[in-house]
Design a protein around this ligand. Sequence first.
Ligand code: HEM
Length: 206
Amino acid sequence: MLANQPSFLNGWRLTALISAALLAAAATAAFMAPAPVDGARSVIRLTARTSVVLFLLAFTASSLWLLAPSAATQWLRQNRRYIGVSFAASHFIHAGAIIALSQLDYLVFMQLNNIVAFVAGGLAYLFIALMTLTSFDRPAALAGPRIWRWLHTAGAWYIWMSFALNFGKRVVISPVYWLPVGVVLLALFIRIAAFRRKSAVIQQTA
Ligand code: HEM
């Protein structure tokens, strides 16, 4: 089992390593900011970006391995659960910084959000919490394979859409946001290409 290998590049140790790096980066961003409110905002932005990278790696892991089998894509596929939980860690730091901002400057916090964002974001966090919980063996067994599959499929697409919308709406602020939007769309094309490849193989063997 990969998870049993004593290496920080595999399994839960990988999750621990990434989470520690995320906490260190968030603390650095917070302390380097000129004021606490700027610190909270820079942690929110930083973790949105680390989250999208980790999420898309887990989201495309199996597809990349199918389309381009190699040692790297095999490693990615084998560690997708641990990278997925690292994404959750990153996004829980996002939540922590959001709560900090609401306490530091409620007016700024309310200016940056609206009721739709709260409801949509809240649902995403519900998915993230349940997907994280069922990434552990015992809760996964309790949920059963059908619920697990539904949760991880619906949740992953909902989170993908959340990133597409959250980065997409900022394109009007700066064209730089086209970069994450492009990467999020690329992940979609990778998933579609892998799905088509799998369907073609099934048709050939039928
Ligand atoms: C209720 C839940 C959420 C709240 C209240 C919230 C709040 C915020 C706030 C206030 C910002 C702007 C920070 C600033 O410009 O200073 C932000 C940025 C962002 N959030 Fe969240 N968020 C939530 C959930 C989510 C979720 C679920 C996702 C994606 C899965 C997400 C992705 C992003 C992205 C992509 C940015 C832009 C980062 C950047 O500027 O590079 N957020 N969020």
